[in-house]
Design a protein around this ligand. Structure first.
Ligand code: PCG
Length: 136
């Protein structure tokens, strides 16, 4: 059964011109892009998205980073898309992400880790609502 998940190519991924290669990997896997947009995330949305990390020492750095330039939002659809895309992006810390994953192949940083993908189907539903509203 098809499932939807949210992917965000973060400001470092966009600035480093990795958007095309990331989309290529997702499509090569057989996943479908059903919506896409580029915009700079507001601080309000970034704080809401990362509310579970409020109080962590890297929170302010994370919000500053996520609002520092345009991001690309993708709705990705396919069988077990949430788990499949999470495996494709690799561990949060790019230094620990396995080669062959997006973070493992393209990154060296903890906070600036190129890409976000929803971690559970429930969070995917919330994040899709947060970033793709009917007014867009
Ligand atoms: P993401 O989008 O998967 O979700 C939380 C983000 O917080 C994560 O990517 C990283 O960008 C950042 N993050 C999570 N843990 C740490 C950490 O221990 N240190 C730093 N600097 N950033 C982190």
């Amino acid at each position: 059964m098809n499932e939807q998940t949210l992917v965000i190519i973060k400001p470092d991924g966009v600035a480093r011109r990795l958007t095309g290669r990331i989309i290529q990997r997702l499509e090569d896997k057989g996943l479908t892009i059903t919506d896409i947009k580029m915009t700079t995330m507001t601080a309000e949305l970034a704080k809401e998205h990362y509310q579970h990390l409020q109080g962590r020492p890297f929170f302010d750095e994370l919000i500053a980073f996520m609002t520092s330039g345009p991001v690309v939002y993708l709705i990705i659809e396919g069988p077990q898309a949430v788990a499949v895309v999470r495996r494709m992006i690799g561990a949060t810390n790019s230094l620990e992400a396995e080669p062959g994953t997006i973070r493992g192949d393209f990154g060296l940083s903890g906070t600036q880790n190129i890409i976000h993908a929803s971690d559970t189907p429930e969070n995917a539903r919330l994040e899709l609502l947060r970033f793709f509203t009917q007014s867009d």
